[in-house]
Ligand binder design. Structure first.
Ligand code: S3P
Length: 267
């Protein structure tokens, strides 16, 4: 009995060795792919390719007792490949700025998934820390207090080095915040037409600055008054009006890669 157990454990040990070896080879190929994508300006994520791979694995395990578990493991392997690729292609944080309703949170969630990167929503971070909703913070402590929370959050987030950070719409208004953001990563400004913004935020009660002002002319003039500040902070601009989320993320990654490439060539 004892000998049988030892024998099985030995077989597992050998399997693990083979798995490690196979993973090493797989990851070396990933490095090759990174190099190729970099040289040819290709996207990090190619969902059709991942789907093909997963379909192949599904066929392979069809009818076997542990099919579901094996597929689960492969999904994690692919997620890690994306992470390795994204880390190699984008060596810094990605910070999203822009007006309320420009798409920062949605784009951040999608990018996080595409690149297997951690995502941080500054407003949620502050709400958790303060134990209340943004609108309550404005009511109880006032806007200045909230702006200080934003600046402190940026200081705290300096320790992050590979995250997608969705900043509150007012973060770039303070020059010191802009300095911190620029040091902490690539700053991407998401814009949209005021009509599109209104459409996206019109049912929200969580945006104290827009309470009682849910109309295009107010949104336009507040956006206009912030334009210069956003522009000064931004490394890249993306217009999100009328575009699908995946399309926006792909445009962002394409532009970010091109910008990095140009920077490296200038150095
Ligand atoms: C604000 C934008 C909000 C939130 C707060 C103030 C602003 O964030 O931080 O209501 O000054 O533009 P979102 O842009 O994520 O809605």
């Amino acid at each position: 009995m004892e000998r049988e157990l030892t024998g099985l454990r030995e077989i597992i040990g050998d399997c693990d060795k083979e798995i490690v070896q196979a993973l090493k080879t797989r990851m070396e190929c990933i490095e090759g792919i990174i190099q190729y994508k970099r040289n040819h300006g290709l996207l990090v994520l190619q969902p059709e390719q991942e789907k093909k791979q997963l379909d192949r694995i599904c066929k392979e395990v069809e009818g076997t007792p542990f099919g579901e578990e094996i597929i689960h493991i492969f999904e994690r392997i692919m997620e890690n490949s994306r992470k390795i690729q994204a880390k190699a292609l984008f060596d810094r944080n990605i910070l999203l700025i822009g007006f309320m309703g420009a798409g920062k949170s949605t784009v951040s969630a999608c990018l996080g998934k595409m690149l297997a990167m951690e995502t941080i929503e500054m407003d949620r971070f502050i709400e958790e820390k303060e134990g209340m909703k943004i609108s309550q913070i404005f009511d109880v402590h006032g806007e200045e207090y909230f702006r200080n929370c934003e600046s402190n959050t940026l200081i705290e987030l300096r320790s992050k080095n590979h995250a997608v950070i969705s900043c509150g719409g007012g973060v770039p208004l303070r020059p010191h915040n802009v300095e911190l953001m620029k040091k902490n990563g690539y700053v991407i400004w998401l814009t949209a037409k005021p009509e599109a913004i209104l459409e996206r935020v019109k049912d929200s009660t969580e945006r104290p600055l827009l309470n009682g002002h849910m109309n295009v002319s107010y949104i336009s003039s507040l956006m206009e008054s912030r334009r210069e500040k956003y522009s000064a902070a931004a490394d890249l601009i993306i217009d999100t009006t009328g575009k699908e989320i995946v399309e926006i993320c792909e445009e962002l990654l394409q532009k970010l890669s091109a910008m990095q490439k140009n920077k490296k060539e200038d150095e």
